[in-house]
Design a protein around this ligand. Structure first.
Ligand code: CTP
Ligand code: MG
Length: 180
């Protein structure tokens, strides 16, 4: 029961988990805010770029298609009927995750935090909120079917743990500047 919840929650969120990590590898280039400031601080900062956002979104969607391709053997292996991604849902999960992260940077700049500063809680869940909000908006039938309340609860508990672990790993490997 718990195992199938966690398996479903993890599978359904992979297209939202991958974009931020892909953006870290693809980052650089023009910042989305074009260097503009608002109320004495950058609108978003140099850490949110067009390239990172675009590459992150595309990689997230491609990963969802790959997951669909291996759905049968994976479902058999874990003994759970894992969700299949409808294309609009895949785009919403990936792009929504990037938007949640961008929204968090907006809030960080408003609260005086420099680029790269930690904002515990927000850092771990910004992309979850963005991904879930957009997928419920774009593909409500698919989203209500996959993201039942217990699955959402599993996502909210599981994500911060995974997020901290991957970022500490990326920091240790030298691909990320801060371990959050
Ligand atoms: N990145 C990007 N575009 C995005 C998100 C991330 O280019 N939309 C890249 C940037 O190179 C960024 C890195 O991924 O520096 C790490 O992402 P993140 O930790 O979200 O950004 P920070 O640099 O820490 O900036 P912020 O304080 O605004 O979160
Ligand atoms: Mg950061």
């Amino acid at each position: 029961m718990i195992g199938s919840l966690v398996a479903t929650a993890f599978w359904a969120m992979v297209p939202a988990y991958v974009p931020n990590n892909a953006a870290v590898l693809a980052g650089g280039g023009h910042p989305i805010d074009g260097g503009r400031e608002w109320r004495g601080a950058r609108l978003l900062g140099d850490g949110k770029t067009w390239r990172g956002t675009a590459v992150g979104t595309v990689v997230g969607v491609v990963i969802a298609l790959v997951l669909n391709a291996v759905n049968d053997p994976a479902s058999t292996a874990v003994g759970v009927a894992l969700p299949r991604f409808e294309f609009p849902a895949a785009v919403a999960l990936a792009f929504g995750a990037m938007c949640g992260d961008i929204g968090a940077s907006f809030l960080k700049r408003r609260s005086g935090r420099e680029r790269g500063a930690a904002f515990p809680g927000l850092d771990q869940l910004d992309f979850v909120v963005g991904a879930l909000a957009l997928v419920f908006l774009v593909d409500p039938a698919w989203a209500t079917n996959v993201f039942t309340l217990p699955v959402i609860a599993a996502v909210v508990v599981m994500t911060p743990v995974l997020h901290v672990a991957t970022n500490v790993g990326a920091y240790a490997l030298g691909v990320k500047n801060e371990p959050w």
